[in-house]
Design a protein around this ligand. Sequence first.
Ligand SMILES: [Zn+2]
Ligand SMILES: [Zn+2]
Length: 460
Amino acid sequence: MRYNHVIKRPSLTISPPLVDSQPPETRLTRRRLRACHECDWVSALPPLGSGEKANCPRCAHTLVKRHRFPAQRSMALAVASLIALIIAVSFPFVSFSVSGVSNRIELSQTATTLIAFHQPMVAIAVIMTIAVLPALYLVGVIWLQYGLLRGRPQPFSRDIARSLSHLVPWMMADVFIIGALVSLIKVAGLAQISLGISFWAFCAFALLLLKTSQSLDADWMWFSLEGEPLAPEGTRTGTTAAAQNVTGCPTCGLINRLPANGKARCSRCHEKLHKRLPHSLQRTWALLFAATIMYIPANVYPIMTTTSLGSSSPSTIIGGVVQLLQMGSWPVAAVIFVASVIVPVGKLFALSWLCLTVRRSGELKAQSRTRLYRLTEFIGRWSMVDVFVVAILVALIRAGSLMSITPGPAALAFGAVVVLTMLAAMTFDPRLLWDTPPLRAPRPGRAATFTIATKESVDG
Ligand SMILES: [Zn+2]
Ligand SMILES: [Zn+2]
């Protein structure tokens, strides 16, 4: 019953992997409707060729991106990046030597050494974001695509496919590479550094992981897994989903009818559905407030302490930047300054501003505000650079009294800031920016009474 909408072409004889051989638009005659996840506008997907994408006509958010042979491509990339990860965790990562004392570390030691210094939370954050979550993601992709390529989805495919999209923002292998480069430049003048096989394997892994997540064609994948159920009867394009009491699924894109209580699950992927994320503004405010509080200890306390020949010098985030400037390595200082100061502070201000002005957003303003929201969502994870720098340096620089680095309390506080601001961006519902009626009250003047009345009715 699931594939009763599939057009079977008599001239085309396709061997078993029928499920994945043709994109959805060549197998369906009816229009496929989508509600934009960022502005709630309902539109019909056009037929797409490989390499093409369909953008929302109202806010330009990408609704669907079509790839050629998506299952084969992401299967190949996922296998390759899993192999690279296995190599990266099995060999030495990097070694250093100073005055005859040397130390060689493996990738996992960047997390385990932190536990020895009573920083288990930072250690968990490091190992989860650079290895555990990416590994789970890759195994999930391989499991899914293997089923699709065989023409018979594997068990739990639906739950795995739904979970994959939630993992993506928390995979930070690419940020770790930047952290590793910053750490190496930081100590290059003080000691001799040599890169191990694992370092290069990890670079390959980070690149392949990025390619794998980009290669997933979620639209095609969900179509192959569960078919394309009809949108609720009477759903129209050219207006918002909320106005029709329907909503677009954030994971698989299908439009679902919302019951009176506003709580539902997607009929195709079983994701939770909401007209608007519940208590979006309150939750975002609470998370922003918590992040602001955590940003104080993150800057007041030292992020790491360097002990050299018996004298210890603790350094804060800003102190580290100043130190780098004095050493003359201003590009690294700029990276740390942007990642640890500009990005988190900018994000706190940007999200607060979006929350404050959300009810005063017209159609034109909504467009620029949505762009700002996308930017804050995109850059958030790059703040983790400094936490990774601490993890790498603490593990690597172990030469007893000659030179050693220990983590400071600011590492945990700063890690919390990054996580809290990322969560704040996730709980903010950009559709709220588009909800204000575009009709604005006229300027105060001759029709003063009218203005006030209109304003009240708009705000209320
Ligand atoms: Zn849109
Ligand atoms: Zn869904």
